[in-house]
Design a protein around this ligand. Sequence first.
Ligand code: P6P
Length: 337
Amino acid sequence: MSVSFTSTYLMTNEELALPVGITLDRFIMRNQEAFPFASGELSQLLRDIALAGKIINREINRAGLIDITGQMGSQNVQGEVQQKLDVIANIRFIRALKNGGEACAIISEEETEVILPGNNHGKYVVAIDPLDGSSNIDTNVSIGTIFSIYRRKTPVGTVPTSIDFLQKGREQIAAGYILYGSSTIFVYTTGKGVNGFTYDNSLGEYFLSHPQMQVSKSGKIFSCNEGNLFDFPQAIQQYIESCKRKNYAGRYIGSLVADFHRNLLKGGIYLYPPTEKTPSGKLRLLYECFPLAFIAEQAGGKATDGVQAILDIVPTDLHQRAPLYIGSQEMVDEVTQ
Ligand code: P6P
């Protein structure tokens, strides 16, 4: 069959410059080869999470159109019970992990109890915040998924228990987030650096766009809800005042993943101190603080609860909260001092 071209098509500079990098799938496979005894379960688990992220990305992008931004309980046009997007995200991630077969247990911000998908031969457990900051979805503000992966403690083949989750943050095998923003980016670490993959909707693939991410040792951005300022510990109030005296930029999106990601790229610190309303802080240790602290440290940054490194905390409750100061190393050290 002969193919004739009516005109030659010259690629523009922008198209030539497109970093059409390695796909996430291929990167995960290459990464697995670096693990001598890896048998592919962790790779498959990461792919299952990335797939669910593609589905959530689609739901978020059409949320306004198919009327799923509303509150639970009302009916949508098809007469289905309308569900909030974070409930939908929770269902999607649990289904993806159940069908993927690698996760023997899941905890989620949306569920009180440990979820047992029936994969008792799975070696890994997953702690997840399916859609953090979802109150922002109605106003088109970026939101995110945060996940943390541990190797189970209970014997493979038995029914998992909460013991599998109550492990020190440093025991994490992998952690990551998906930021559904102006573009959707999948960022994760398995303890060998942090890499970011931008999703190309037209191809349905994530492509490496932020290799070996490193946060600058210091920065000039602070992120906190100053509405709570007079509730913060005195030392934190003084720190925030010192940032202002140095003309740092105050940037607070109200969506942890978006604030964290910006600080990772530009340098900065995110603070969620204890307040009267939230004496242990607002953020959840197992599926918000631990995974982001793992990423922060892998990227050369730091994360503390004000007393100790977040990753050194041994959790006692699946949904316990912790104060969080996370980002550029020198800024976190300054707060701690
Ligand atoms: P506040 C969203 O609800 C969230 O968990 C984080 O994403 C965000 O950084 C924080 O809470 C916002 O909390 O109290 O400042 O509205």
